[in-house]
Design a binder for this molecule. Structure first.
Ligand code: B16
Ligand code: MG
Length: 217
């Protein structure tokens, strides 16, 4: 019995949200916008371009196209310097053993992330080889909650959407999985992720035989 196991990256495999936050906050401050942690929550799973659009909207500012593009480059450079030191120790609790358990059971594993930095991050974490398929911000055109990223991952693995399970920390990502007809497992805050089929605070909170449960759904 096999299923396609599809993982979001930021907030599921690794806690990069705090680095995105710092980088966006510096950028916002530069253009005179006060950017809060609560607003950052709404940028989870949202692409880089759309994130900047939202920040400008919240701050009631506009930027000429050239400056907009320049700001995106600055934000990413800032972000890349913040994640420079990422290592195996930054994998979120319970994720590594969960992935290894799936491997031991010969279950297919994919990444479904909006990030354009997904591959270098997985390399830094030392787990890129555990993923059979990687779909990230460099491969998709439609951002979550559009299901493109997850549908592409499951079809590349050769599975039907209804035989796929998505692990997500963002509302938009849970909605994408649901729209695709996949099983959605939320990681994080129950209130924010109430549309998911199941929610856990972290992988450590999952019952030890949860993979078995998922394989029988
Ligand atoms: P980048 P995920 C998303 O990754 C992040 O949650 C989101 O905050 C970020 O803006 C987006 O990737 C784009 O990332 O700037 O690295 O291309 O959660 O879909 O893995
Ligand atoms: Mg995420």
């Amino acid at each position: 019995n096999k299923k396609a196991f599809i993982f979001d990256l930021d907030g599921v495999v690794v806690d990069t949200a705090k680095f995105h936050f710092v980088a966006w906050q510096r950028l916002a401050a530069d253009i005179g916008i006060n950017f809060t942690e609560k607003e950052n929550e709404q940028l989870k799973g949202v692409s880089r371009v759309d994130s900047l659009k939202k920040i400008l909207e919240w701050g009631n500012k506009t930027l000429p196209q050239e400056e907009f593009d320049q700001k995106l480059i600055e934000k990413n450079n800032q972000y890349l310097s913040l994640i420079e030191g990422l290592s195996v120790n930054d994998i979120l609790p319970g994720v590594h053993s969960f992935l290894l358990d799936l491997k031991a059971k010969s279950q297919p594993i994919a990444l479904g992330s909006a990030s354009k930095n997904a591959r270098p991050i997985l390399k830094k974490l030392g787990i890129i080889d555990l993923f059979d398929v990687i779909v990230d911000g460099t491969n998709v055109t439609k951002a979550k909650p559009n299901p493109e990223v997850f549908l592409s991952a499951c079809s590349q693995l050769g599975f039907k959407a209804t035989d796929s399970i998505v692990f997500e920390d963002s509302k938009a990502g849970v909605q994408a999985a649901n729209t695709a007809g996949m099983i959605s497992i939320g990681l994080g805050d129950q209130t924010n992720l109430n549309e998911a089929d199941a929610v856990f605070q972290s992988f450590e909170e999952m019952p030890s035989d949860y993979i078995k449960t998922l394989l029988n759904t």
